[in-house]
Design a protein around this ligand. Structure first.
Ligand code: BJ8
Length: 389
């Protein structure tokens, strides 16, 4: 991107980690008397949390500096996301956790499940039993019940009321927010792309926390600025830069070293297929379902996380993203000891190389800077294989 280009969100937080904007937003909400609940996962049913009048806070999970504290309790050979999350709690350094009055958790991977037991000793924690065979007919009903139970937990804990009408209202709000965010993502599909991975990451991060009402002006203004960038011929990278789709585990904070390396190696990231990117905004909630909880249940069961088996939706979603964003390379980021994403990587590789005839690279990493040069060598090598445009 050329120097002097106006940031997409010009609120004083441009260029800062997205957590700063989110924290400032949450503090304002707290001052207005709103209660905050902490979340860790793309399966947290935001519509029920919001229908209860609460504000979700994405809890810190992406810093190398808290891993050592996490390892005083958790095994060292555990995923860095879990060790970092727990390390933040142990050292009392996650400001989002500090202002959260409860934590909403889901039974995704074993490490997270057991960490939630430790958190439950410190703060009210509501664990939802996530069905992991999403294609079985019981899954919809069971997850729907879990989502309803969450409403009950929130009512009891916060003295609020979760009504069907409230859930329907929030379903519509989410659909609207997702529609606008996807219009932003459409710009990344252009060649060349006028939007950076950092801008997408910032907006998707803020979108988890802010209400649709508060996001609307931000997104509308960003869309206008993107249209202007296109009209002015402003784009990111070079016109001939290899386009990269990054898939896999959530990538935030210190793990964004991988994004930086890709760009330093001359690639342009056009698609962020993870829960810290575009994944949370895919799909659509049925607005006129007889039972709104079933609508919420259906939508979340469609989230293609590797904790699901089979996770064939991941491949279908990848088809859509490859067709939309026209990447030249797919890079799968797997966090150390994340067995489900690691094993699934074989299928993704076979699918991308076989069906889409595209180079594929799996990067296994953690949050430490120790492997930066090794990753750089591998990224440079894979980008070299892209035919010159
Ligand atoms: S919906 S991706 S946010 S579970 S990386 S902690 S899976 S061992 S983060 Fe995730 Fe929800 Fe799925 Fe998204 Fe475990 Fe793997 Fe670590 Fe992970």
């Amino acid at each position: 991107m050329r120097e002097g280009i106006e940031p997409l969100v010009n609120d004083g937080f441009a260029g800062e980690p997205p957590t700063k904007r989110c924290l400032s937003y949450l503090q304002t909400q707290r001052e207005k008397g709103k209660h905050v609940v902490g979340i860790y996962c793309g399966y947290a049913p935001m519509e029920v949390i919001r229908a209860a009048g609460l504000v979700p806070a994405v809890l810190c999970a992406f810093a190398d500096k808290t891993i050592a504290a996490g390892e005083t309790v958790l095994p060292a050979n555990l995923c860095p996301l879990i060790k970092s999350s727990y390390g933040f709690i142990k050292t009392d350094t996650c400001p989002f956790y500090a202002i959260s009055e409860a934590v909403i958790a889901e039974t995704t991977c074993d490490g997270k499940k057991k960490m939630f037991e430790l958190i439950a000793d410190i703060k009210p924690t509501h664990v939802m039993d996530l069905p992991q065979l999403p294609d079985q007919k019981e899954a919809l009903e069971n997850w729907s019940k879990m989502i309803k139970n969450l409403g009950g937990f929130l009512e009891k804990t916060f003295g609020c009321k979760v009504t069907d009408a409230g859930v329907i209202r929030e379903i519509k709000n989410t659909n609207l927010k997702n529609k606008l965010l996807n219009q932003i993502f459409d710009f990344a599909a252009l060649t060349p792309s006028p939007i950076t991975w950092q801008e997408i990451y910032d907006l998707t991060y803020f979108g988890q926390v802010a209400t649709t009402e508060d996001m609307l002006p931000v997104l509308e203004s960003a869309l206008t600025k993107l249209q202007k960038r296109v009209a002015d011929g402003v784009y990111h990278g070079k016109k001939e830069s290899p386009r990269v789709l990054v898939t896999g585990c959530p990538v935030g904070g210190d793990a964004t070293k991988v994004f930086k390396i890709i760009e330093e190696a001359g690639g342009v990231i056009v698609c962020l297929d993870s829960c810290t990117g575009m994944k949370a905004y895919a799909g659509h909630f049925e607005e006129n379902a007889t039972d709104p909880y079933q609508s919420v249940s259906r939508r979340y069961l469609d989230v293609p996380c590797s904790c699901m088996t089979p996770n064939s939706r991941r491949l279908t979603e990848l088809d859509g993203m490859v067709n939309k964003f026209h990447p030249d390379v797919v890079i799968d980021v797997v966090l150390h000891a994340c067995h489900s994403y690691n094993i699934e990587s074989q299928k993704v590789k076979a699918y991308i190389e076989g069906k889409h005839k595209m180079p594929f690279l799996k990067i296994e990493t953690d949050y430490s800077p120790g492997d930066v040069e090794q990753i750089r060598t591998r990224v440079e090598a894979i980008l070299e294989t892209v035919p010159k445009k």
